[in-house]
Write a protein that binds this ligand. Structure first.
Ligand SMILES: [Zn+2]
Length: 297
């Protein structure tokens, strides 16, 4: 006997397929590094796919995309990056939509490099025309971007407008709370000098009224000069701090040499995260706050 599938069953089956297609058609956003991913994660939760190019342990400053990364960036619905000073390799990509986060940071929140900072092959002695890209270490700077990013996401994905707006409200409230928590906890290290591995936490230091001592590698990934290291050693000695910092994405060699010569300890700050315990915006900030407190108080 020949089995005939009733028409209504076929029609139900086709409807299920259609519904599933709509559900799985999430917009795909590509971001350069984890800090950008963490911000987008809070705004998108599970309504978009956010994929990150710079792997954990690599620095966005020294990263170079391979052909499959480039293809991914070109195919994505949108590409998000910070600025030429951090992930400038994203600038050359012909993506469908390119969002440069630094364009949306209000001028009064931007920090200039106050010390000599080599950019590409040029040397900027004053550093005054270079914007420090590490804005995400200040939760209130991140807060200023939320409204603008929400509008951009809605433009890209109108169907999820309400979700983006609700996520933005929650994110803003959590950023305000985080700011108050860090403010209260960092009181105990006010006045201590912080010597960074590269100038990655100046926004955090400024926001919480801490004292920036200097950085071992002004140009990330490039060994500091003997003169710069010598100057820094005398500054660290004078400050009396018990620790200086390395970062997981950059070779700690130059910091080890300084710490050994002064008999002080090394602790690890992480501006980028993407590993266990530092895999969302809030955990990343708390991790770094705790490292600073434990090693300097
Ligand atoms: Zn950096």
């Amino acid at each position: 006997m020949k089995k005939i599938i009733p028409y209504y069953l076929i029609s139900i089956f086709l409807t299920i397929i259609e519904v599933q297609t709509v559900i799985s058609a999430k917009p795909d956003y590509v971001v350069t590094g984890f800090p950008v991913k963490f911000i987008l994660d809070e705004l998108t939760h599970n309504i978009a796919d956010v994929s990150v190019l710079v792997p954990p342990g690599a620095s966005p400053h020294t990263f170079a995309p391979n052909p499959s990364d480039i293809k991914k960036m070109e195919k994505a619905k949108a590409l998000f990056y910070v600025s030429e000073e951090l992930d400038g390799w994203a600038v050359k990509i012909q993506a469908k939509n390119v969002i440069r986060l630094m364009d949306y940071l209000p001028a009064e929140y931007k920090m200039n490099f106050a010390e000599s900072y080599r950019h590409g092959n040029e040397s900027h002695e004053s550093g005054s025309d270079i914007i420090d890209p590490h804005f995400w270490t200040d939760p209130l700077a991140v807060k200023t971007l939320v409204g603008k990013l929400t509008e951009i996401l809605i433009r890209l994905d109108k169907a999820n407008e309400n979700n983006y707006r609700n996520n933005a409200k929650v994110f803003i409230a959590r950023l305000e709370l985080l700011n108050l928590q860090i403010q209260a906890r960092t009181v105990q290290i006010r006045g201590k000098s912080i010597f960074l591995f590269h100038p990655s936490f100046r926004y955090f230091i400024k926001r919480y009224g801490l004292n920036y001592g200097g950085a071992i590698e002004i140009d990330p990934g490039v060994e500091p000069s003997v003169r710069h290291t010598g100057d820094l050693i005398s500054k660290i000695k004078k400050s009396g701090v018990k620790a200086i910092f390395t970062e997981p994405q950059l070779n700690p060699g130059p910091a080890k040499v300084i710490a050994e010569s002064l008999g002080i300890s090394l602790a690890q700050l992480d501006p980028n995260g993407g590993v266990a315990g530092r895999n969302n915006y809030f955990d990343l900030l708390f991790y770094n706050m705790n490292v600073l407190i434990h090693s300097l108080k």
